[in-house]
Write a protein that binds this ligand. Structure first.
Ligand code: HXC
Length: 517
């Protein structure tokens, strides 16, 4: 009995020592920077008391790397699983207080272990990143460690949801694990991501830039699009991660999570009848339409600050998640530029991989013209959007709200790209191009030869608008399935999603598509 008690005491001492991480001073330094520790973050992420640690006792191979005297508790990363809103999720949380959370051979093996467990268990994986990068003393085995993580990020892609949460520095090749995940969250001021930091940039190209301007949350949320969600603090960030998880299934083979719905399937949205401005050139906020049709007017927006002419968001309809892609005329008239095309395409592919139906709201003047766009590759990037919609086999519902012109009309999930049902509001204008542009081309001779060319042009434009800039012409052709009153939109979407819930689309057997990257 005595022996057993001794053994248990010894175990508890060893365990409790490992749980102290880098020690009081290092923990205080972490707090002084406005950052939580790896363990505090894990506690906030998971439902109280549900976290189960994996491989706490793992150590680096000190003799091999000349670090005999260096103790790195839990080798600088807390790994395990627990429940988020009652559902199992795996985590690796890097401990900056222990050797800067640097990634050595065994640290990487711990992360790979929980990634493998997540894939075997078919559950989401979350990385809470806070690390000085590859553990310098360990050299190439650290790089191999990163390789193993990148490999698992890739083979897990489309199989389980993966979320990278940036809560400290990430430099060099280490940024590529987050980039391979589905969603990247960052904390303002305390998280930074870059391939080379400000000092190297200054030395190599003479450019001066701060850490925050180069690779902070706002830089990546507004300029590069690397960051999907920019957050205010560690607490705010982890709350938002929990919220996102509530929309995601455990894996591509798992059912969609269903939240009890307190909203009505028959709810009308009278506010939508007047949301589209009378003047075609006027903007409005598409998010109001999205929230109006969503259960309890709730949505989770991804990439809110990047490529804002398109909005992508998760909503619920009768408790089930739906992915929304919508032009937002509040920004650049809702145009499709190369960034907006990428943003929408990536979101569509995520939703399709995880069986989340797609709901598209179109109000698009076209693809953005100009040398900047052409040289940035709007052709290739725009093609990704076409590819993503065409490839998607989930239910696809499209609502044409207002402008829907030219190639961009197809790009916003026309019937020809496989939309299961297309509805148009009476305000919809579906055409090859706007009336002005069309008349200037097809009636050039009539206009220039007229006694009063301007009066003639106006007359022809008005006639063209009457004939083509409405949804009736395309409804007559069956290209739009139904014209609906805006207030009925939610009711119709509820009925369609219910109707298509068992949709199965079989494609040619092949290895995989070759999306134009
Ligand atoms: C080993 C490291 C480390 C690293 C930090 N530490 N980074 N140990 N390898 N990469 C240790 C420090 O020695 C120190 O240990 C503790 O972590 C805290 O570090 P400080 O420098 O005191 O902290 P701070 O002032 O906050 O600075 C943080 C930092 C800085 C900016 C991250 O530590 C730093 O510049 N680190 C090196 C970054 C780097 O160059 N990494 C390699 C990148 S290459 P003690 O024992 O004193 O507490 C890379 C390749 C990946 O990552 C490729 C993947 C394909």
């Amino acid at each position: 009995m005595g022996v057993t008690e001794d053994k248990i005491r010894e175990f508890e001492e060893l365990r409790d020592n490992l749980l102290t991480m880098g020690g009081e001073k290092a923990v205080q330094k972490q707090h002084d920077r406005g950052k939580l520790t790896a363990r505090e973050r894990v506690d906030l992420l998971f439902d109280k008391g549900t976290f189960q640690e994996v491989q706490l006792f793992v150590k680096h191979r000190s003799a091999l790397f000349g670090m005999d005297k260096k103790e790195i508790k839990a080798d600088g990363v807390v790994t395990g699983f627990g429940k988020v809103n009652g559902r199992t999720v795996f985590v690796a949380s890097q401990d900056f207080t222990s050797s800067g959370g640097s990634l050595g051979e065994m640290h990487a093996k711990k992360i790979c272990k929980v990634m493998d467990m997540a894939m075997d268990a078919k559950k989401p994986f979350i990385a809470l990143n806070d690390s000085g990068g590859a553990r310098i003393q360990e050299g190439v085995p650290s790089l191999e460690g990163y390789g193993g993580i990148f490999y698992r990020n890739t083979i897990g892609s489309g199989y389980i949801p993966q979320i990278a949460v940036m809560m400290g520095p990430t430099a060099g090749g280490a940024v590529y694990s987050p980039a391979l995940t589905d969603f990247v969250f960052m904390v303002k001021e305390t998280s930074h991501m870059y391939i080379t930091g400000p000092d190297v940039i200054k030395a190599v190209i003479g450019e001066e830039v701060s850490h925050e301007d180069l690779g902070g949350a706002i830089a990546h949320a507004t300029k590069s699009g690397v960051c999907h969600v920019a957050t205010e603090s560690d607490e705010d960030c982890l709350n938002k991660v929990r919220d996102l998880l509530s929309y995601l299934p455990d894996s591509c083979h798992s059912p969609l999570p269903v939240k009890e719905c307190t909203d009505s399937p028959d709810r009308e949205c009278p506010e939508l009848d007047t949301i589209v401005p009378d003047r075609a050139a006027r903007g409005y906020d598409m998010k109001k339409i999205i929230m109006s049709v969503a259960d309890n007017n709730e949505m989770f927006e991804s990439h809110e600050l990047w490529a804002r002419s398109v909005t992508v968001a998760f909503i619920r309809i009768m408790g089930k998640p739906v992915g929304v892609i919508a032009n937002n005329p509040k920004f650049s008239a809702g145009v499709l530029d190369y960034k907006a095309s990428d943003k929408a395409a990536r979101f569509i592919r995520f939703c399709d991989a995880f069986n989340i139906p797609l709901l598209t709201f179109a109000d698009v003047p076209g693809y953005m013209p100009g040398t900047e766009q052409e040289w940035a590759g709007i052709i290739t990037h725009g093609a990704k959007l076409l590819h993503a919609y065409s490839e998607a086999t989930v239910p696809k519902i499209t609502v044409d709200v207002r402008k829907d012109y030219g190639g961009a009309y197809i790009g916003m999930c026309s019937k020809s790209l496989g939309a299961d049902y297309v509805m148009a509001w009476p305000t919809a204008q579906i055409a090859v191009m706007g009336a002005e542009g069309a008349c200037n081309i097809i009636y050039r001779k009539e206009i220039s030869g007229a006694e009063d060319p301007e009066a003639k042009r106006k007359e022809l434009v008005a006639a063209y608008e009457k004939k083509f800039n409405n949804p009736y012409f395309v409804a007559e052709l069956g290209i739009v399935d139904e014209i609906i009153a805006p207030r009925e939109t939610r009711k119709r979407i509820v009925a369609l999603l219910e109707t298509f819930k068992d949709k199965v689309e079989v494609r040619h057997p092949k290895k995989h598509n070759n999306i134009p990257l």
